[in-house]
Design a protein around this ligand. Structure first.
Ligand code: F6R
Length: 241
């Protein structure tokens, strides 16, 4: 299902409303979460809903999609820091229930396997929130990623490093590697909510929805899932037929 909203703010509002509805319906919930510019206004709305007493994270477990390899949690640009600043630092989530992959792990493969096991032990992800890269990536599953992939270490595309450089002093500081949930990990979620805003995402949104299903556009894998909602602003839908 594709929902088009006129402005980016309206898309964030709809995305937040969907999550709030889910949290009010069931307090014991496992959420999959994304970082990035698209999610910032959405998390601001979740924080407001939490402050207003509409939702509580007390019994919610969160698993973020990804984290850079080699960045300390407190470093500028780390997704740990992003989540603390935009969501976890402002809501009543228990520290142990706010999970991200540990990019500082000595054995990244073991960390990736442990992360998969933790997701499974939590009962699996009920609602997976996704953004989309201008190159069609979901999580940090760059073009070419196997649809059977699980949480693992990946190399970032140069375009992704450039797109994410804003959080760092300069491009040279953007890590080259990350840990990300795999495409199969994402598709295992019971429901998926993708939010895309801005004209930079228009081509990726069109490829994901109307292009061939295959690794050239990782987000096209979402068409293999039965419960996906895509929320776009007007600009992100500009290339759709
Ligand atoms: C972030 C993530 C990425 C972003 C995507 C869009 O945790 O997994 O897939 O969702 O790169 O990022 P923004 O919203 O910054 O355009």
């Amino acid at each position: 299902e594709i929902v088009r909203s006129a402005a980016a703010a309206a898309a964030a509002e709809r995305g937040a409303e969907r999550i709030v509805a889910c949290m009010r319906n069931r307090t014991q919930l496992t959420l999959g979460l994304a970082t990035g510019a698209t999610m910032t206004p959405l998390y601001a709305r979740l924080v407001a809903a939490s402050r207003a007493g509409l939702i509580s994270f007390r019994e919610v477990t969160c698993f973020n999609l990804d984290e850079y390899v080699g960045l300390a949690p407190s470093s500028a640009g780390s997704f740990h820091r992003y989540m603390h600043e935009h969501l976890f630092g402002h809501v009543d989530i228990e520290a142990g229930r706010a999970r991200l992959p540990n990019g500082m792990a000595e054995d990244v493969a073991a960390e990736a396997a442990a992360y998969e096991a933790q997701i499974a032990a939590s009962g699996g992800i009920d609602l997976m929130l996704l953004g989309i890269g201008a190159n069609g990536h979901i999580g940090f599953n760059e073009p070419g990623s196997d649809f059977a992939s699980r949480t693992r270490e990946v190399e970032l595309d140069e375009a992704t490093r450039v797109a994410n450089a804003g959080g760092f002093p300069d491009l040279a500081h953007v890590p080259r590697r990350a840990i990300t949930m795999g495409i199969a990990t994402i598709l295992q979620a019971r429901s998926i909510l993708l939010v895309a805003t801005g004209s930079e995402k228009a081509a990726a949104v069109a490829a994901a929805i109307e292009g061939p299903i295959g690794p050239a556009c990782p987000a096209s894998a979402l068409r293999l899932h039965r419960n996906v909602e895509i929320i776009c602003d007007e600009k992100a839908t500009a290339a759709l037929a």
